[in-house]
Design a binder for this molecule. Structure first.
Ligand code: B3K
Ligand code: ZN
Length: 869
């Protein structure tokens, strides 16, 4: 049986949530035997199945060469089952069915990096979420079928490491050149959490004793030279294990926890039970080779995958529509973990920057969908910012409203009720409600409808009555597929400040409608409502949506002076940053004057610089061109935005005058005790250097060059390299060559070398051609593609000129080779319809021309949605 890699998308392959049906058979146990050879892999499986409801026995399978199949010991002939490119169906199967199959698969030529695949000469790994297991063997490959897995892995001895989920129960020789291991995973799990690894890897070992007294062996597998770079990940793992015990009462449940690093991976990492597989970019962390941002990411992804052990693995999803049940909750958990690692305000700033920079634009365009979609063609297309980040925000809102103790009571109830089950978003909200005693069912609306709500607010001060009244209104853009949009519950965290002294006022609220303000949070859950504060002696300054308490677009008529006031006096670091961002957006998009902002920075920064350098570094954020573009829904002219932003940056650099050099010279990351403080100082130094270069200070390039040469820290080295390269400094070329010579054998560092050049604001089609034809550019390695494409996309002017063909050609090439990544990269062009003419029509024509040239469900679904605006 030979099956085309990507079946053509037929008229309608849409799957609907409303059509969900229980599987007719459950799998009590599965015995797998995976025998890897150089040019094929032989997979034997034995499924012990039990009927649950009426219906056929359905086994899903894709790209499998079936060698034999038997039912209850009796071989089946071709007439006894129906086989097509997606499934094998046995009608009239008995109540109890033992199915044994033998198939041949080809991991050595699997470029899609899904199922079992060769991830380089010395390594085979799996990626089975969401639907990869069916590319390994015939199986009811859906998350609501949970089974006990026993796995035998056999390969040539040139691959000394043979891993699978669970406990190692046997190992031995299989002939003179081959060997095997047998693993048993005691916990029932869905097939998407199955993993095995066959390779030649080194290992870092440690251990952790859980609060329940279990001694867990911890192992991180990577290439020998990378083992020293696994220390930060190992520490983060132990920290996560402890954090989950303390914050959620969840201890680890197996005797071993393994992590395997590979550079051939479509995304960040995968939470396979007891055997996580990670992109090297999310494991390897070392100040010499990776940036501070990468170090933070490693810690958060390690935590994320670990936290999945309870939110995702022990309790999993009933079907893939419920993806945000595990992802939204686990992202919320990893964000909270990271808030404990560094300045909590900065973590929130960074998380909201991702939300506003990716999820808001996604939700306002053709790819908009609810956190729990109700239909899809290709589920891989729904691992989106909406499912992950907006999903996390919904959990954050409920946790804000409940407070720490009640939220914990709710999660305890969830684990008690559903451990070992595959459940839905409704089950989650019901458990939280039961455990906390607070009805949260209204939050289900957030899961079920698309779009970012607009929150309009107005403040009114009555001097005679000494009252301050806030009126709220919410609305959502209409959506053709979701006609019945409802009001959602919006927790509005707020504070009032004395406009003269900057002091925060104590709130006395009386509510005009139903809810009051509790712990500084007002729950606004109608189309419109008002709230009134009494005993307010003078007109206050209000700060709304503190800590970004809800994922909404706030529309409040702050004066520029009030925003400047909040930059200086708000005690919530997030809202300080938000005030600066709002002010900058007005300057850039609505031509407000910049003096007030500069003055506010000058009032705020000097005092804060020693206390929280990391927060100060974020206060210098100027909205990116990409973000500004996403705020424009029609007639978007990227060149104009670039010009305006550049003009502002130059103006700011000049306004800060001597401050930049003084601060640059005074800052010393080595004098900081804490990593997060040192990281802040490094970030600030790089900002000061960038501003110095903008001031046209000729010494800036010497300082940058000196910084590049004298440091052993990647954030400092890269920060300096950027300044040189992006300003075409005389030292740029030689420094790039130096960087290449130092790091050519360090893939993650070399990714940065590609990225810095691709992200040059004045990059051209030639720059891009040089990078993509470089001998180190490799279309089989997603990290390398992303470094160039991501760099390019840092400058929308470039994306929307020579970048258009780059993304289209990539999508076309990857359509067959790696459709998951192809579909994702194509989304860089999803806001084409906002462009001003004639660019809009040009891009549209190019996208339409791509249509007949692609056939994977992934790319076709994305392209169709993109064109359907
Ligand atoms: N659950 C995986 C993502 C799988 C993506 C499949 N295309 C990683 C994570 O969210 O932890
Ligand atoms: Zn996840």
């Amino acid at each position: 049986m030979n099956i085309a890699a990507n079946p053509v998308v037929e008229a309608d392959q849409t799957v609907y949530l409303k059509d969900y049906q229980k599987p007719s058979f459950l799998v009590e146990s599965i015995d797998l035997d995976i025998q890897v050879y150089d040019d094929y892999t032989h997979v034997l499986s034995k499924l012990v199945m039990q009927r649950q409801t009426a219906g056929d026995l359905v086994l899903l399978g894709r790209d499998l060469e079936l060698k034999s199949i038997s039912l209850n010991g009796k071989p089946l002939s071709e007439s006894e089952y129906k086989l097509d490119s997606e499934q094998l169906v046995i009608a009239n199967a008995p109540e109890h069915a033992v199915i044994e199959t033998q198939v041949i698969i080809h991991p050595e030529s699997n470029t899609q990096l899904e199922g079992l695949y060769q991830a380089g000469g010395d390594l085979f790994v799996t990626q089975n979420e969401p639907e990869g297991f069916r590319k390994i063997t015939f199986y009811p490959d859906r998350p609501d079928v949970l089974s006990v897995f026993t796995t035998r892995v056999e390969a040539d001895k040139k691959f000394p490491v043979l891993l699978a989920n669970g406990n190692l129960i046997e190992a031995g020789e299989a002939g003179s050149d081959r060997h095997y291991t047998i693993w048993q995973d005691p916990t029932k799990k869905p097939s998407y959490l199955f993993a095995c690894v066959i390779g030649d890897l080194a290992v870092m070992k440690d251990h952790y004793v859980t609060s329940e007294g279990r001694n867990v062996a911890l192992e991180i597998y990577a290439e020998e030279k990378d083992i020293p770079k696994c220390r930060i990940a190992m520490e983060a793992l132990k920290h996560s294990m402890q954090w989950d015990e303390e914050h959620y009462g969840r201890a680890y449940d197996l005797d071993n926890y393994m992590i395997v690093a590979t550079s051939a991976f479509n995304m960040g990492a995968m939470e396979n039970k007891g055997l996580n597989i990670f992109n090297t970019s999310c494991v390897l962390a070392d100040e010499e080779f990776t940036t501070d941002a990468a170090i933070m990411r490693v810690q958060s992804v390690i935590a994320h995958e670990y936290f999945h052990n309870w939110t995702g693995n022990r309790i999993t999803c009933r079907d893939w529509f419920q993806l945000c049940l595990k992802e939204g909750l686990t992202v919320f958990r990893d964000q909270s973990f990271s808030e404990d690692l560094q300045s909590a305000a900065v973590q929130r700033i960074d998380d909201v920057a991702v939300l506003k920079g990716h999820q808001f634009p996604e939700d306002s365009g053709p790819l908009s969908h609810p956190p729990r979609p109700d239909h899809f063609v290709e589920i891989n297309n729904f691992y989106t910012a909406t499912v992950y980040e907006k999903g996390a925000e919904i959990n954050r809102m409920m946790s804000t409203l409940l407070g720490r103790e009640k939220f914990r009571a709710g999660t305890d109830e969830y684990f008690k009720r559903h451990d070992g089950q595959a459940v839905t978003v409704e089950d989650w909200v019901a458990a939280l409600t039961a455990g906390s005693g607070i009805d949260l069912s209204a939050f289900l609306t957030w899961y079920n409808q698309p779009g970012t709500p607009k929150l309009e607010a107005q403040g009114e001060y009555d001097a005679a009555a000494k009252t301050y009244r806030l009126s709220f209104k919410q609305s959502l853009k209409t959506h053709p597929k979701y006609p019945n949009l409802k009001a959602v519950p919006i927790p509005v965290a707020l504070a009032l400040f004395n406009a003269e002294t900057g002091e925060q006022l104590t709130l006395n609220s009386s509510v005009l409608f139903e809810n009051g303000v509790k712990d500084g949070v007002y729950l606004f859950d109608q189309d419109q409502a008002s709230i009134e504060f009494s005993g307010v002696e003078a007109k206050p300054v209000v700060s709304l949506l503190r800590n970004f308490s809800a994922p909404v677009n706030l529309d409040f008529n702050y004066s520029d002076e009030e925003l400047a006031f909040l930059m200086q006096y708000e005690t919530n670091g997030f809202n300080q940053w938000q005030a600066a961002q709002t002010l900058l957006e007005r300057i850039l998009l609505n031509d407000h004057a910049s003096e007030i902002y500069v003055q506010a920075m000058q009032n705020t920064v000097p005092d804060l610089i020693n206390k929280d350098p990391l927060l100060v570094s974020r206060l210098f954020d100027v909205p990116t061109e990409g973000y500004l573009g996403s705020r424009i829904d029609e007639n978007y002219n990227p060149v104009l935005i670039q010009e305006k932003r550049n003009a502002l940056l130059s103006q700011l650099a000049l306004a800060f005058g001597g401050f930049c050099k003084e601060t640059y010279l005074a800052l010393d990351p080595d004098s900081q005790k804490e990593f997060s403080q040192a990281m802040g100082v490094r970030a600030l130094k790089n900002i000061m250097l960038t501003m110095l270069a903008r001031q046209g200070d000729t010494e800036a390039f010497d300082l940058a060059h000196q910084q590049y040469q004298s440091t052993g820290n990647m954030s400092e080295r890269l920060g300096a390299l950027r300044v040189l390269v992006w300003n075409d400094a005389p030292q740029a070329k030689a420094t790039l060559e130096d960087f290449y010579a130092r790091f050519k054998d360090e893939a993650l560092s070399l990714d940065q070398w590609f990225m810095v050049q691709a992200a040059h604001p004045n990059a051209t089609a030639e720059t891009l051609a040089y990078l993509t034809s470089h001998s180190d550019y490799d279309l089989a390695v997603p990290n390398r593609i992303r470094s160039v494409s991501g760099g390019l996309n840092a400058n929308p002017v470039n994306t929307w000129s020579f970048g258009v063909q780059h993304f289209i050609q990539l999508a076309k090439y990857l359509d067959e080779k790696n459709p998951i990544v192809g579909s994702r990269l194509l989304q860089a062009l999803s806001r084409w319809y906002t462009l001003a003419e004639p660019q809009r029509s040009t891009v549209k024509t190019e996208l339409e021309a791509l249509k007949p040239q692609v056939k994977s469900k992934n790319v076709v679904e994305t392209l169709n949605s993109m064109l359907n605006v």
